[in-house]
Design a protein around this ligand. Structure first.
Ligand code: HEC
Length: 137
């Protein structure tokens, strides 16, 4: 009789325990993701923000050690640019990623996994073109 009550009870407790554990993990994953994106700027769609964060923001944020890179483009200051300036930068971005000029070759020699895949290049180009189109509306 005792055993009959105990087994379902233990099973129930185990399920509650596991469920809360999984839920917590999912939550912390989510927080981490959001933190990364707000660091870039809230103006980028998630798939773009992810690429910028990993592949560009070692250099293109206002806290970067590379003065040249951050002067040209700081993705965390994107919202400070007016439409005209954004358009200029978006055209530059399309050019450099299509030509494979960014991330710079020297850097890729040290960090080969930072090279953009064809898919990521397409994502950035598409975003840049669509953003410029949206300015015309
Ligand atoms: C290792 C550092 C580094 C990384 C990573 C990097 N850049 Fe750059 N980027 C630079 C530097 C340095 C310059 C300035 C080059 C110059 O003035 O000659 C630059 C310039 C640029 C420019 C301006 C080009 C122009 O014609 O004026 C654009 C646009 C750009 N980067 C986009 C990107 C994008 C997009 C990524 C990510 C896919 C990226 N960069 C990753 C260092 C970097």
């Amino acid at each position: 009789m005792k055993k009959l009550i105990l087994t379902p009870l233990l099973t129930f407790l185990l399920i509650v325990f596991l469920a809360s554990f999984t839920f917590q993990k999912q939550n912390s994953d989510k927080n981490e993701k959001t933190a990364g994106i707000t660091m870039v700027s809230n103006e980028f769609p998630e798939n773009v923000a992810k690429i910028l964060k990993v592949h560009c923001n070692d250099c293109h944020v206002s806290t970067s050690k590379s003065d040249k890179a951050k002067k040209k483009l700081s993705f965390d200051k994107w919202n400070d640019l007016n439409m005209l300036k954004k358009t200029g930068k978006l055209n530059d971005i399309i050019e450099v990623v299509k030509e494979g000029e960014m991330p710079p070759e020297k850097y890729l020699n040290h960090y080969p996994d930072k090279k953009l895949t064809e898919e990521q290049t397409k994502t950035l180009v598409k975003w840049a073109e669509e953003t410029m189109d949206s300015f015309k509306e």
